[in-house]
Design a protein around this ligand. Structure first.
Ligand code: WTA
Length: 649
């Protein structure tokens, strides 16, 4: 097999694409030289109730920080996703849904979606939800999840979606922090043939006495499974819908009014509530969706992300629906019941644009190409990747086996905090290099700095920062603005720090190398090592724990925990399994440690700080060149840890 390092834009794509190379350069230049004018023009792509005059007000100065976009305009996000399509696109399918069991299929037109959203918006109001209230959404991947989000947006409530894989404790923490008033959930979810006890998890979370703001729990009947019912708080979705009017005037929101919160992990403390506002987010999500995927009216677009993550917010709900797209939503996972499922779904629904994650690509790759012998794939035009660095082997496999060497791949780099894609090829403009997210989107100014904050010019490697704002940027950490300033703007003064490292090559292409902080990325899911450590030490047998990521063939990174047990306790296999289950219960299955190494001691400085770089290297099985251990209080612990390391691959 040949392994080219450059994949030029196919001629057929360049000719019909929204932008070609020359247009990209021109537009990018203009967006940097004249951001006011550029965004004044592109801000018009969404419908405003009251048009904006003021385009932007931005300062990244950590002592006087402000980020505002289109801030004297008013709008409603749900109106942009629904009402404005009714004329002309009312009968067009908005959502094609396929169940975990492929025999379950639904199609929902824009007119139907509009009606459902209006009715559910009225239902929320009938349960006491008002503008500015926080509504927690803990739902399976069913159209009602999008309905619930858009219904919140319609009445100016702030949604806080929690991924269905999170545990009762994680739900409780998010409800407490967000002071959420109402929860929307389902009896059970279904993923890969397994039932997920969503309502039972909510019941468990509500037992926590500190969760004291929830007034109602609205329950969708998805499986008809047996659930516990609390007469005082629980209400059926269908009972509310049956009596709700389908007429609901959309609230007029200021551009800077909150649209949603989404909790994400950082290097320290509990997950933080990333706050996104309305106007800038809608402009940015819709614009990036259109340009990065070169979306053309009538095309079928499939994003495999769960609504519980930012990708599900920006590129399954808000971006595509604002653009009047037809989206495919899948309840389950694309490699169940067999690895062929992904290809079958692409062919069944004639998917034109596919957006997925490297972890899935690697999992499919491991199953063997023959799984795709019957895959036609002729409908596919563009393919995207998101969530973690994509290794060139996986990129090529994606290109050859799924794309049949005929579909540009957009490797999109961004974060929960950025609201939308910041660095990515544009299909008609950017020659791709496997493994590189390539160049910035319009208005985005990435830069590399060394650890002292000095800018690195030309080709090089460093910490990835952004020098100026873009409309989709997060505005604050919910209820903790100081934490926002501290986390993102204090490390390197006057710049937004991403937490990622990157290289820039001679063509100015960016290659993301991964997190440089204590965040790990497991199958594209972000986790703070501190969260897992605090779950471990909450177990009565654990004295101390340190968690690091290590390279994992399928997941990108695996979770490696070093655990010191309380005095005299026996280090048994049984206890190891118990600790894995414990973390699973505390945070959720996605945080389960892959490897737990017993550690009688951890490498610490004399002042007691754990030296993680040693732990990372030992976990990665890189034990020949560990570096200077003389600053450790007891250098001998290193040898003991090396000796009993678990990842001797
Ligand atoms: C990583 C997901 C390399 C990165 C949208 C970032 C990536 C973190 C890519 C954000 C990519 C995301 N190449 N790394 N194309 N996309 N990442 O908040 O480390 O869940 O900081 O947002 O994922 O994860 P989050």
């Amino acid at each position: 097999m040949t392994t080219p390092s450059l994949y030029p834009v196919p001629e057929s794509i360049a000719q019909n694409a929204l932008v070609n190379e020359e247009q990209y350069r021109k537009m990018y230049q203009e967006s940097i030289v004249n951001p006011e004018g550029f965004w004044r023009e592109h801000g018009q792509r969404i419908d405003w109730i009251k048009p904006f005059n003021k385009v932007r007000k931005v300062s990244f100065d950590d002592s006087n920080l402000f980020i505002k976009w289109f801030y004297d305009g008013t709008l409603n996000a749900s109106q942009n996703c629904l009402d404005r399509h009714l004329q002309g696109k009312g009968d067009q399918t908005a959502i094609i849904w396929e169940g975990d069991d492929a025999n379950e299929q639904r199609k929902i037109s824009y007119a139907e979606l509009h009606s459902d959203v209006c009715r559910f918006a009225n239902a929320l109001r009938s349960q006491g939800v008002r503008r500015g209230d926080v509504v927690t959404i803990y739902m399976p991947m069913v159209p009602e999840a999008a309905v619930a989000m858009l219904a919140c947006a319609r009445i100016g409530a702030i949604h806080s979606v929690i991924f269905g894989g999170f545990s009762p404790d994680s739900i409780a923490a998010r409800c407490i922090d967000g002071r959420s008033k109402v929860i929307v959930t389902a009896d059970e979810g279904i993923r890969a043939g397994r039932k997920i006890p969503l309502k039972a998890n909510i019941d468990e979370a509500l037992k926590n006495p500190d969760v004291n703001t929830i007034e109602k729990v609205i329950v969708l009947n998805r499986t008809g499974g047996d659930i516990n019912w609390n007469d005082g708080t629980d209400v059926w979705w269908h009972d509310l819908m049956a009596v709700s009017s389908e007429y609901c005037v959309a609230e007029e929101m200021n551009a800077e009014d909150p649209l949603f919160l989404l909790y994400t992990s950082g290097s320290t403390g509990n997950p933080k509530g990333v706050l996104h506002t309305t106007g800038g987010y809608m402009v940015y999500a819709s614009m990036t969706h259109e340009y990065v995927f070169d979306y053309k009216p009538g095309e079928i677009y499939w994003c495999t992300a769960d609504v519980g993550w930012i990708t599900g917010h920006s590129y399954m709900v808000y971006g595509p629906l604002a653009n009047g797209a037809t989206i495919l939503m899948h309840e389950g996972v694309p490699n169940y019941p067999t690895p062929a499922r992904l290809g079958e779904m692409v062919d069944r629904h004639k998917v034109n644009i596919l957006y997925t994650a490297p972890t899935l690509i690697r999992a499919l790759m491991a199953e063997g190409e023959e799984q795709f012998d019957n895959f036609d794939g002729s409908s596919l035009r563009i393919m995207g990747s998101v969530g973690e660095p994509i290794n060139p082997e996986a990129w090529r496999w994606y290109n050859d086996v799924i794309g049949k060497d005929n579909c540009p791949i957009v490797d999109t780099w961004w974060q929960t905090e950025t609201g939308g894609i910041l660095i990515s090829p544009l299909p008609g403009a950017t020659d791709a290099k496997p493994g590189s997210a390539t160049r910035p989107f319009f208005g985005v100014q990435p830069a590399l700095v060394d650890n002292l904050g000095n800018l690195i010019e030309g080709p090089g490697e460093g910490n990835l920062v952004l020098l100026d704002s873009w409309p989709g940027q997060m505005r604050s950490v919910y209820n903790d603005h100081d934490r926002f300033v501290l986390t993102y703007f204090k490390t390197f003064r006057g710049m937004y720090f991403t937490g990622d490292g990157a290289k820039r090559d001679e063509d100015g292409y960016y290659w993301i190398t991964g997190r440089v902080d204590d965040v790990i990325n497991v199958s594209g899911h972000r986790l703070g090592t501190a969260e897992i450590e605090s779950a471990l030490v909450a177990h009565h047998d654990v004295a101390e724990a340190a968690v690091v990521g290590y390279p994992h063939d399928i997941k990108g990174q695996g979770i490696y925990a070093y655990v010191t047990l309380n005095h005299d306790l026996e280090e048994t296999e049984e206890l190891r399994q118990e600790l894995r289950q414990w973390v699973r219960k505390e945070i959720g299955a996605l945080a389960t440690p892959d490897l737990i190494q017993w550690a009688s001691g951890l490498p610490k400085t004399r002042s007691g700080k754990i030296m993680r770089r040693f732990l990372r290297k030992i976990a990665a099985n890189e034990v020949t060149n560990l570096g200077d251990a003389t600053t450790l209080a007891d250098p001998s612990v290193i040898d003991v840890l090396i000796e009993s390391r678990l990842n001797k691959t």
